[in-house]
Ligand binder design. Structure first.
Ligand code: NOJ
Length: 440
């Protein structure tokens, strides 16, 4: 015979399951989200962030687009586009410029942005972590140290308590890019080159995702929480070369798929060429209400014994769509490929970023049209896509590239902070009015 307390526990877990099923039904968004995306640091900088000393651009142009002051005008620009959603981030280093400090005014500033968006029927999607950290955090508690979890979660608990009116949350933007750049290549903060530390850092970051997911749901059971995962298409440099094919497959499994499998199973398996894979157990199984995908390009992979992990890659204009100003191949069909794989997660998918760096408006228009056509094809195939966010609303700072990579629908004059409407902006408005995608 089972003890009463045991039965009670069983009942309570069944009840919990029922409630969560019901909540899942309620969670469905009512409209297809047509949006634009930005991140705080890329628009407004921050003297307290690790990146402000990493790139000399900030010595000359610390305010970047001066969005911190001009946010009201920028929300008018969003409104003018006719989009119904806006993805942006909250700059942690402005809220906690020193350890133990909490700058209330800054939290209120971001709350004003959220309120203004809601008043204008623009759904806010808030990114909690978009590459930057307070300098004190990255110096004292970098991600490979266990204490990083405690420090980050302390910040998030307080942030979530204070921020109201948000249903869509991204916990981490492109965690793999952060790890590969920050811990393998060492080209972005914290500038470490150590694969073992990279694995530890990834584990801590995914643990944070899990904790933040739970915290947000405690406050808002209807919240939609995800990460924004950068996905690319990896092709072999030479199709007939089995080693190039192997490298392309390893890259796809590592970069695109391992985290998706992690959300499905609670285990992230990282494989490197000719090595036993590394398994990380992380409590993220099912901790997703939708899946955010940042899609930009295709990369051609080659086996090269002289390179780190035997991997070399480059961009090539194979299909005639051209390259962007950053040299990335334009490959719209790739969007369908990555959406297909992500759909194995069985949660709604949202394109949280897609965009092009170019000064040529005509090229930007072609890029947008071709990618939205691909998106439409994916939807027709039955893939459950619920939103598309163009990167970016206005020109801004591009990591390691400065101010010359023009992703914006509005051009920015970085001397006068003037925003200039472009034909690409008018095209985006037109296309989102004319495509009727299911709202589900
Ligand atoms: C993805 C990143 O999230 C964003 O910060 C960056 O500007 C774009 N890619 C373009 O590189």
């Amino acid at each position: 015979m089972k003890a009463n307390s045991e039965r009670e526990q069983e009942f309570s877990s069944e009840f919990q399951e029922l409630v969560s099923k019901q909540e899942n039904i309620n969670k469905k968004p009512k409209k297809f989200l047509w949006g634009v995306a930005t991140s705080a640091f890329q628009l407004e900088g921050s003297p307290y962030a690790d990146w402000s000393t990493w790139d000399s651009v900030f010595n000359i142009n610390p305010q970047i687009t001066n969005h911190y002051q001009l946010y009201k005008e920028d929300i008018k620009l969003i409104k003018n586009l006719g989009v119904n959603a806006y993805r942006f981030s909250i700059e942690w280093s402005r809220i906690q410029p020193s350890e133990g400090y909490w700058i209330k005014n800054v939290v209120e500033h971001y709350q004003r942005i959220i309120d203004l968006l809601n008043e204008n029927d623009i759904t806010p999607m808030v990114t909690i972590h978009h590459f930057t950290h307070p300098i004190w955090f990255i110096n004292k508690y970098p991600w490979h140290k266990r204490k990083s979890i405690e420090k980050f979660v302390e910040y998030i608990e307080r942030l979530i308590e204070n921020i109201k009116g948000v249903d869509y949350w991204i916990t981490f933007n492109e965690p793999y890019l952060l790890i590969l750049g920050g811990y393998v290549e060492g080209c972005i903060p914290p500038g470490i080159r150590d694969f073992n530390l990279a694995v530890k850092a990834l584990k801590n970051i995914l643990n944070c995702h899990s904790k933040i997911y739970d915290l947000i749901h405690l406050v808002n059971p209807h919240a939609m929480v995800s990460i924004a995962h950068n996905m690319a298409v990896f092709n072999p440099w030479t199709k007939v070369n089995p080693l190039d094919r192997l490298i392309a497959k390893v890259a796809t499994d590592f970069y695109n798929h391992s985290i998706i499998n992690g959300f499905l199973t609670g285990r992230v398996s990282l494989s490197l060429p000719f090595q036993k894979s590394i398994e990380i157990d992380v409590p993220i199984k099912g901790k997703l209400d939708f899946f955010g995908i940042n899609y930009y390009t295709r990369v051609h992979m080659r086996f090269n014994p002289l390179k780190k992990f035997f991997v070399e890659f480059r961009h090539r204009d194979i299909d005639g769509h051209g390259l962007t100003d950053m040299g990335w191949e334009i490959y719209p069909k790739g969007l369908i490929k990555v959406l297909k794989y992500a759909s194995t997660l069985n949660v709604p998918l949202i394109i949280t970023e897609n965009g092009i760096a170019t000064k040529d408006d005509h090229k930007k228009i072609k890029f947008i049209k071709a990618h939205i056509d691909a998106l439409e094809e994916a939807i027709k195939l039955g893939i459950d896509v619920r939103g598309y966010f163009y990167w970016s609303l206005i020109d801004n700072y591009e990591w390691l590239h400065g101010l010359d990579a023009r992703f914006g629908l509005y051009r920015v004059d970085f001397k006068t902070y003037r925003r200039i409407y472009t034909k690409a902006a008018s095209f985006y408005s037109y296309i989102i009015r004319s495509r009727k995608f299911p709202a589900q």
